[in-house]
Design a protein around this ligand. Structure first.
Ligand code: SAM
Length: 319
């Protein structure tokens, strides 16, 4: 563990100092170690193309040594040493299994889309959550997927096709325009916002963290403010949406939700989130000199360990 705490010294010092104030002290060692040690490779059986039982039999046949995830009957993982066995097996290339972080898998479970609903994924590429959403909807209903970057849209469309999704409708556009284009339309909306990706940092990949800066956080924060308002405008009354990022920065998380609640008033309520594991904290109600609404304690931040990436979520209802 000491090795982790030394290695972390290579990260930008301001990033590390901020993290110390965001994450409870009792979690510092685990969180810092997650930037240094390998994480497991988790995956989801794509129940649109194969049953869980058959997928597991095929994985056993291909000698992929998988483990079950106790809180999700279609999620599994392999140890980091076995990653190549999983990603090179036929089931991974034909869309029967999809490699996806456990925090990302839990996001679709929290949104809880239902068969027959109208759902939108407002920042969708490469499509992990959209695929999972379609599977939870049993390919019944309507799923709009939005992505403004052409190259990423092709990857998204390809993944949806390979995964057997038949209810998706793809839109190459800036998600900030959706609210005006389709107001009050969707039962559920996933907004897994573009972000500074801080929880993806790993000591072995300096290109991701070397250029971290508060300015980049600010840039993302501006975009996120526009996206959350647009998503909310597209949500039906009685609908719910999930705002998430894989960044630790309160400027991309609590501050976005706080500003949004101030702007839209009583029509939005934060809804409680229950997570089936214990490595998470409630959202912050202050950061530095900034105070946020007490409602922010209903949001949550998954703390990274060898199984989970760091992840922030706020579930929002429209009254
Ligand atoms: N939800 C995706 C998944 O599970 O595979 C990952 C989404 S990723 C965190 C954010 C995505 O938002 C990126 O594909 C990025 O290109 C896209 N994005 C960037 N700016 C956007 C905008 N203005 N409107 C909508 N999406 C945007």
């Amino acid at each position: 563990m000491n090795q982790a705490l030394t290695a972390i010294d290579q990260f930008p010092s301001e990033f590390v100092e901020r993290l110390r104030t965001i994450v409870p002290e009792s979690w510092h060692e685990t969180v810092f170690a997650s930037f240094v040690y390998p994480r497991v490779t988790s995956f989801r059986v794509n129940t649109l193309s194969i049953s869980v039982d058959r997928a597991l039999a095929e994985l056993e046949g291909a000698q992929v040594p998988f483990h079950r995830v106790p809180w999700c009957d279609h999620a599994f993982y392999v140890e980091s040493n076995d990653r190549a066995r999983l990603t090179h097996c036929e089931l991974a290339s034909n869309g029967g299994v999809y490699v996806q972080g456990l925090s990302s898998i839990v996001a679709s479970l929290v949104l809880d889309p239902q068969a027959g609903e109208e759902v939108m994924d407002l920042a969708a590429a490469p499509g992990g959550k959209a695929l999972h959403t379609a599977a939870l909807m049993k390919n019944e209903g309507w799923l709009s997927v939005v992505e403004p970057i052409r190259k990423r849209m092709f990857v998204l469309a390809d993944n949806l096709k390979r995964g057997g999704v038949t209810i998706s409708h793809t839109y190459l556009m800036d998600g900030r325009r959706a609210g005006q284009k389709v107001p009050d339309r969707f039962d559920r909306i996933m907004l897994d916002a573009p972000c500074s990706g801080e929880s993806r940092f790993h000591i072995d990949q300096p290109s991701a963290w070397k250029y971290w800066s508060p300015r980049k956080i600010k840039e993302q924060s501006r975009k996120q403010q526009g996206l959350i308002l647009s998503a909310f405008q597209s949500l039906k009354r009685g609908g719910r949406m999930l705002y998430s990022t894989c960044s630790f920065a309160p400027e991309e998380n609590e501050m976005i939700i706080d500003g949004f609640l101030n702007e839209v008033g009583d029509t939005a309520q934060l809804l409680p989130i229950e997570l089936p594991f214990d490595n998470w904290q409630t959202g912050l109600c202050s950061f530095g000199e900034q105070q946020f609404s007490n409602e922010l304690s209903l949001s949550c931040r998954i703390l990274p360990n060898e199984h989970h990436d760091g992840f922030f979520m706020a579930l929002i209802g429209k009254g």
